[in-house]
Design a protein around this ligand. Sequence first.
Ligand SMILES: [Zn+2]
Length: 359
Amino acid sequence: MNLTKKQIKILKDFCESYGASGFEKNVTHLFKEYVTPYCDDIIYDNLGSIYAYKKSKVNNPLKVMVAAHSDEVALKVNEICDNGLIKVRETSIWNQILMAQRVTLINQNNEMFKGAICATPIHLLSASQKNSPVEVKDMFVDFGFLNKEDAINHNVRFNDPIFVDGSFEILNDKRILSKALDNRIGCALLVEILMALKNVELPYDLYVGLDVQEEVGLRGATTASQMIKPDFAIVVDCSPANDLASNTEMGRLGEGVLLRVVDGNMIAFSQLIDYQKKLCIKHHIPYQYFISNGGTDAGAIHKANDGILTLTSCICARNIHSNSSIMDVDDYLANMKFLKVLLKSFNASVYEKLLKDGR
Ligand SMILES: [Zn+2]
């Protein structure tokens, strides 16, 4: 295993914490705990995004923002039935990953309830039912509540988040299987970056933090970038691998950092892609080109104010937006190396050149 015990612990802690869009406090609190010794201050936007601030000694320093999103996809309580079963609704979760899965509900008091999504036994299904996927709106979730009153007495309410559970496992010493790798990979990497820069004097003010509500429309990234007003931004996220059946599709496990040239909400700054590629080549960091219909927080950040030079530094994982996503440890380390190299070499003249190259 190429990760140290401490690195595994950081990643595992983030993967195992629960944070749905709009309910990210467990993740942001964990981040605060980890990064407080490595920064000068902690700041928040009013949506709950959290940033560790590291002040430069330089006069009129540039501001650099490094962002990852803290939320994960989750189900929500839609109805508490008379028999105590719960009906749900979803965002960005495919119904085919859900039947018979173990789940965790977290109520407003942060109390946890374990349960399972019901799956009618095969004995009771007609031939046509066996061949048709069940829609999320028709699923029932069982937390052992005896009836509606019992659920309400346990403070279960409309809109409480429900997470599909998936334990954190190391596969073959080289890959990691877990829920929520999108984007707890990013959260863990940001902690590592702050640790690595602890005794490094930077020629710019550094803001490293977690945005809320990415999965529902890049909302925390919008407010955090307006608050920080960075000159340069880096977004760290986890993108969908597409390497199961084809040798030609983009997003391949183990092939390094993604050069995300275009996605659903940003056309990458071509001079930043060139810069990223040059740094990768110079420092022997594996990289691969990537395009996606999805997007990242960069989509919001690069449009803030009068436009912000924004670079994505992502890796891919298989089966994202499920409880069984799989990443490659070497990709994780490649991204960490890239971020360190980038942040240690960035300065005002690099920035001026990148700005000029875009004109
Ligand atoms: Zn993501």
